[in-house]
Design a protein around this ligand. Structure first.
Ligand code: FFI
Ligand code: NDP
Length: 502
């Protein structure tokens, strides 16, 4: 039997962020490969009018959990949703629930976070730093606790070029930042945010760096480890390829390109696209949980879950493959034909924005207005270009992450565990992965049926014809104007016309 699966037998596991992209895949893998585990506690808040139970049922009824239900039919009994809001000063956990968590928990996987790049610093610190601190405090009161695994990001030190598997000191002590958040008002925080975050590109990466420091500071008292994934993408293999359920990271840009809105990006084609499949991150995280609990390393270890140094891929190659998949399997009801380019030139990118992004949506909104409908395209384009501007930082640079701890862990696993909890990204074929990723976005995120592909292709043909018609009309208008104004153009025209009559 797998050593790692055997370790999780009979264990009570606490997961935060279990309703998120990564948390769901983590839960799925645990239930599927370690059905002997005792219980998974998940900290959940009611959201969008759904109670905790409704949220859990929704997750368990999703396609992602289909295999789990076969392997672990009593999965409903093994999952225990605990009401909690990590924004709350005491995490809003009831006394009875807290008692149960404190006395039963064996392992904690802390995945919850705000991953928005534009979050207000107060909120980012509240969730990514203060809530982490509160959880660590809780963890320190758990007599059975064997390991606290913290999910961070490989970009928590993106202000550096080469990043080792260590926690780097923050320019300002997290405690000072936390204290200042208590008495500064929002307007002042807004004003000092650029100075505080310094050469970090956003409040997300900055607050994740602070979060790591608070984990590191507790590592003398607790058995902790930090996992740092890079850009997390759809599943590679498990439970099936291509599963994804949110528009973060590459997914949003792929949708915007496939639907024909995004026609160009300011991106460096030869910059390393350090993506990592979500199931790879989960496999490493579970292996880290086992290793930290069983081997109890002398110091707290950081594990990079990145692809760039072992199996690099580049944004240019990814862009071409994404477009190639759209040729075969287009998204439905595209606004324009998917056709995008990458440029490092700011002027070209601004030209593309004007001609390829703004002009068509302004024209279309004008048409909607004329036909008595509500214009909506400019708003959508605003959102897309805002998303692009936030992601540009990450698609125009390359980083080097050392992976010594991750490789050490890989070599410690038995061959069976290396297979079941595979996080060897060298085996990944990028072209196949990207193809499945795009198809996954179509099926699981956009909920488009593959039966609709012929109609989607037909729609693209119509768009192409409209495009040709529009360009011809534009050319003729320009030509007429030129003829009216220029003698040379008139001479050329009269020279060509007799040739037609020959
Ligand atoms: C050669 C050819 C070329 C071809 C080109 C081919 C293309 C392929 C190339 C691929 C290059 C990839 C580069 C990736 C780099 C990733 C780097 C990550 C690094 C860090 C990794 C981490 O460590 S960290 C996790 C990542 N963290 C995020 O990645 C959060 C970002 N994000 C936000 O910070 C907020 O999102 C932000 C943006 C403020 C907006 O904020 P905002 O308020 O304007 O809008 P919201 O996001 O709130 O979205 C409001 C509603 O719009 C929905 N929606 C949003 N986008 C949508 C969409 N595109 N299509 C449909 N629907 C969409 C959404 O689902 C909501 O729907 P609902 O309301 O129903 O929930
Ligand atoms: N996705 C990526 O590309 C990367 C992610 N990471 C890290 O991985 C971890 C998971 O990310 P991911 O799954 O993508 O993020 P998601 O945004 O999909 O999930 C975030 C989770 O945190 C929960 N959460 C947020 N606020 C609260 C709150 N106040 N109280 C309780 N729970 C809350 C969310 O719950 P709810 O459903 O209620 O909103 C959700 O379950 C994060 O720590 C992130 O920093 C690291 C690198 C890249």
């Amino acid at each position: 039997m797998s050593t790692i699966a055997a370790f999780y037998e009979g264990k009570s596991i606490l997961i935060t962020g279990a309703t998120g992209f990564l948390g769901k895949v983590l839960m799925e893998k645990l239930f599927r490969t370690c059905p002997g585990l005792k219980v998974i506690y998940i900290l959940v808040r009611p959201k969008a009018g759904h109670t905790l139970q409704q949220r859990v049922v929704q997750i368990l009824n999703s396609k992602l959990f289909e295999k789990v239900k076969e392997v672990c039919p009593n999965v409903h009994e093994k999952i225990r949703a605990i009401k909690s809001d990590l924004n709350h000063s005491d995490l809003a956990i009831s006394k009875e629930d807290m008692q149960e968590l404190l006395s039963c928990t064996d392992i904690i996987f802390h995945c919850a976070a705000t991953v928005r790049f534009d979050d207000h610093l107060r909120h980012a610190v509240q969730l990514n730093v203060i809530a982490t601190q509160k959880l660590l405090l809780m963890a320190s009161q758990m007599p059975k606790l064997k390991a606290f695994i913290h999910l961070s990001t490989a970009f928590s030190n993106c202000n550096l070029k080469h990043i080792d598997e260590v926690v780097y000191p923050c320019p300002v002590e997290p405690k000072k930042i936390i204290d200042s958040m208590e008495w500064l008002d929002d307007a002042i925080i807004d004003e000092i945010t650029p100075k505080l975050i310094g050469d970090w590109p956003n409040t997300y990466t900055y607050s994740k760096a602070l979060g790591e420091t608070v984990v590191h500071q507790e590592s003398g008292r607790l058995n902790t480890a930090i996992v740092r994934p890079s850009i997390v993408g759809a599943t590679w293999q498990e439970p099936f390829p291509g599963w994804v359920d949110n528009t973060n990271g590459p997914s949003g840009l792929i949708i915007a390109t496939g639907k024909g809105f995004l026609r160009g990006l300011r991106a460096t084609p030869m910059a390393v696209a350090d993506m990592i499949p979500v199931d790879t991150v989960v496999n490493l995280t579970l292996a880290v949980g086992w290793y930290t609990a069983v081997h109890r390393p002398k110091s707290s270890l950081v594990y990079h879950c990145t692809s760039g140094n072992l199996n690099p891929c580049y944004w240019g190659k990814i862009g071409f493959q994404v477009l190639a998949v759209f040729e075969k399997v287009p998204f439905e009801k595209a606004f324009r034909r998917p056709n995008a380019g990458l440029t490092v030139n700011t002027i070209t990118s601004q030209y593309w924005n004007a001609i390829n992004h703004w002009a068509p949506v302004i024209l279309y909104d004008f048409y909607l207005r004329l036909t008595g409908r509500k214009p909506r395209m400019t708003k959508l384009m605003n959102r897309i270009l805002k998303m692009v501007s936030m992601l540009e930082y990450f698609i125009n640079r390359s980083w080097e992450w050392s992976t010594d701890n991750t490789e050490m862990l890989m070599s410690t696993l038995t061959p069976e565990d290396q297979r079941i909890f595979n996080f060897d990204v060298r085996q990944l074929n990028w072209l196949d992965y990207i193809e499945n990723y795009v198809l996954g976005i179509k099926k699981y995120l956009l909920k488009e049926d593959m039966a609709g592909v012929p109609e989607a292709k037909q729609h693209l043909k119509r768009l192409r014809n409209i495009h040709y018609l529009f360009n011809t009309a534009l050319f003729l208008i320009a030509w007429r104007l030129l003829i009216a104004r220029s003698q040379v153009a008139r001479n050329v025209w009269f020279f060509i016309c007799p040739l037609y009559n020959l």
